[in-house]
Ligand binder design. Structure first.
Ligand SMILES: [Zn+2]
Ligand SMILES: [Zn+2]
Length: 260
């Protein structure tokens, strides 16, 4: 097993079908010696998902919990053939990492052309950093067109560990995608897609697929946190903002106007 130091995809009980808190995820990540986890809560259009304001108040969550860095983001839903998403644009500044996914409650599987057009639209959105669980056999997709566009737009492709037991039938698709990413020198990002804390950082099945296609370590974002933070900062994101710094600055100033 490679030494993975970050998990790009995690859910909490707030999404309506997850069962752990942020603190429980961070503590489980610390036990597994992960350096960073991404909170990628489901976008507001998925039934049971939080309202946009949930994402708007993300700054209040510390950037470090139990020595694990926390990146606060969203797994947005692709909503239509144009690839429109439910990223809450009012709160875009609060989001440090953004993925986009096809989910059956928010996008019923259509023809190969329509499904592919939806994904290509999301890839063309400069806010979207990575596309999740493309191996899902419920959606007929033109993988070649998707990976070519991902390469052109510097969009990352996720290989999702939960796909091998939740989205059954994904394995041959994930192998094909991983192999083609290798050929195209397209970086991949790995997510556990945990909905319960014990799954955080568990990439058991992804690792087997990467071995099967002899995938190069240089193209795996999860092997160094800097690979992810450099990627996001190059897109203009300001990471690990903490509103408490405002108070720190305020109280460290020598304010001579204070009435004694
Ligand atoms: Zn998903
Ligand atoms: Zn997910």
């Amino acid at each position: 097993m490679r030494n993975y130091v970050l998990d790009a995809h995690a859910h909490t009980l707030v999404c309506g079908h997850g069962y752990s808190t942020i603190t429980e995820l961070a503590n489980a990540a610390a036990e597994k010696k992960l350096e960073l986890i991404c909170l990628t809560e489901h976008g507001p259009e998925l039934p049971g998902a939080p309202e946009p304001v949930f994402f708007g108040n993300y700054r209040i969550i510390p950037g470090l919990i139990n020595n694990v860095k926390i990146l606060k983001g969203i797994e947005s839903n692709i909503l239509d053939d144009q690839g429109n998403t439910d990223i809450p644009m009012n709160y875009i500044q609060a989001l440090e990492i953004i993925s986009a996914s096809l989910h059956t409650p928010t996008f019923k599987p259509k023809s190969k052309n329509e499904n592919t057009s939806a994904v290509l639209g999301a890839i063309a959105n400069p806010h979207v950093d990575f596309i999740c669980h493309l191996g899902n056999p419920q959606y007929d997709l033109d993988y070649e067109a998707i990976l070519q566009d991902a390469k052109k737009t510097n969009t990352l492709i996720e290989i999702n560990n939960a796909s091998f037991f939740v989205r059954r039938g994904s394995k041959p698709n994930c192998e094909w995608i991983a192999n083609r990413c290798k050929e195209l020198e397209l970086p991949i990002i790995i997510g556990s897609d945990t909905h319960f804390a014990t799954d955080i950082g568990d990439f058991t099945y992804v690792d087997k697929v990467l071995n099967a296609v002899d995938f190069p370590d240089e193209l795996i974002i999860n092997l160094e946190t800097k690979r992810l933070t450099d990627y996001l900062e190059a897109k203009g994101r300001v990471l690990f903002k903490d509103p408490r710094q405002y108070a720190e600055d305020l109280f460290s100033q020598k304010d001579e106007t204070v009435v004694k």
